[in-house]
Design a protein around this ligand. Structure first.
Ligand code: SAM
Length: 343
């Protein structure tokens, strides 16, 4: 791997390669240091950036959303291949560095803001910018391609799937544990609301694991490139996406309980045990099972049955999505100590 442009330190597209030396020099010149609490761990292996872009199969039909511009190296690679790139960076210091590196390109929009409005929604200003770029040509479609900041990877992926028109694919570098939760199969310890949410709408594939030394500063954890492809047929089985999302978050909240109790607590106080038992029996589900043993199809059937049998509870469940999230059952601790401040 490697090839063209290696000796000159330039990419084939004529931008400087994001090497350790390049990053250290740029940060030193700007008098700044990476903020690891913002997930500022930069990929310093050009070949892995290339794998990310190639896995995404970025083409001239694509409007690409990049969350976390960083210094703009990936942005430049994307701009060479895509119709349009919307890249968002929360840190004004890095936004300024990226402006210098990316320059004025007609097919790039660099935004300096939080990609999230809150933990349950992508910022509407970003959606509007994407919409404008998509509207230029009906052939255009949205892809997420990003070296995602660890701190917001779950809400970014989750919330993009809540959109009426979600990205056709999401290809991203994320923490390996998160990738394992996304691709987890029923019966495994990692299988939970996030696995169900993503796999109920998409095909998922773990492309590559990445060791900490591929980043600067080095995180304490391994990463992975995940490729998530939207599947309209799978998605069409879910009649009410907002309800389904809230439902699975509630269902997996108490992993040690049996299914009957999990369903009862997901439904809330007003549901009666005999009603829940009757529903589980109609679905052929043993109440001594646990939600994490059910296949995606069984969980969709259960959600649809609950929605129909308990119509008066649907609104309150749908509106409760902010109370529980996919991370509830995961180890929150990992997020805090992902990166050494190695310099
Ligand atoms: N794309 C660059 C690369 O590949 O080297 C940088 C990726 S770095 C892992 C993640 C970037 O996301 C950081 O620059 C960080 O400041 C930014 N970031 C963190 N939280 C963010 C948020 N909520 N919205 C937008 N950008 C965010």
């Amino acid at each position: 791997m490697g090839g063209e442009g290696r000796s000159s330190g330039m990419t084939p597209g004529g931008s400087p390669r994001q090497t350790l030396t390049f990053l250290r020099e740029r940060f030193a010149a700007a008098g700044i240091r990476p903020k690891t609490d913002l997930g500022q761990n930069f990929l310093i292996d050009y070949n892995l950036l290339r794998v990310l872009v190639e896995t995404a199969e970025v083409s001239l039909q694509d409007v690409v959303l990049e969350v976390g511009t960083g210094t703009g190296s990936l942005t430049n690679m994307l701009a060479e291949r895509a119709a349009y790139v919307v890249s968002v960076e929360i840190d004004p210091r890095l936004h300024a560095l990226a402006r210098q590196l990316v320059g004025e390109k007609p097919n790039v929009c660099l935004l300096c803001q939080d990609a999230l409005k809150n933990k349950n929604a992508i910022h509407p200003g970003i959606i509007e910018r994407i919409r404008q770029a998509l509207d230029v040509d009906p052939q255009r479609r949205l892809k997420l391609v990003a070296n995602l900041p660890y701190c917001v990877a779950t809400p970014v992926i989750s919330n993009l799937l809540s959109l009426r028109e979600p990205p056709v694919s999401m290809t991203a570098t994320i923490q390996r544990e998160l990738a394992e939760r996304i691709i987890a199969q029923p019966g495994s310890k990692d299988y939970g609301a996030l696995s169900v949410w993503v796999q109920s709408q998409c095909r998922v594939h773990l492309e590559r694991t990445i060791p900490p030394q591929a980043f600067w500063p080095r995180p304490k954890v391994f990463s992975a490139i995940i490729h998530i492809e939207s599947d309209a047929q799978r998605r069409s089985r879910i009649e009410d996406l907002a309800f389904f999302h809230a439902w699975i978050r509630r269902l997996f909240l108490h992993r040690r309980k049996f299914l009957r109790s999990q369903v009862l607590s997901a439904l809330g106080r007003d549901a009666s045990k005999p009603d829940v038992d009757a529903m589980l029996q109609e679905l052929g589900l043993d109440s001594q099972l646990r939600a994490e043993q059910l296949s995606i199809s069984q969980i969709i059937e259960l959600a649809e049955a609950a929605r129909k049998r308990f119509p008066t509870l649907v609104d309150s469940i749908r509106g409760s999505s902010s109370e529980a999230d996919e991370d509830a059952a995961s180890s929150e601790g990992v997020k805090e100590d992902q990166a050494d401040s190695e310099d």
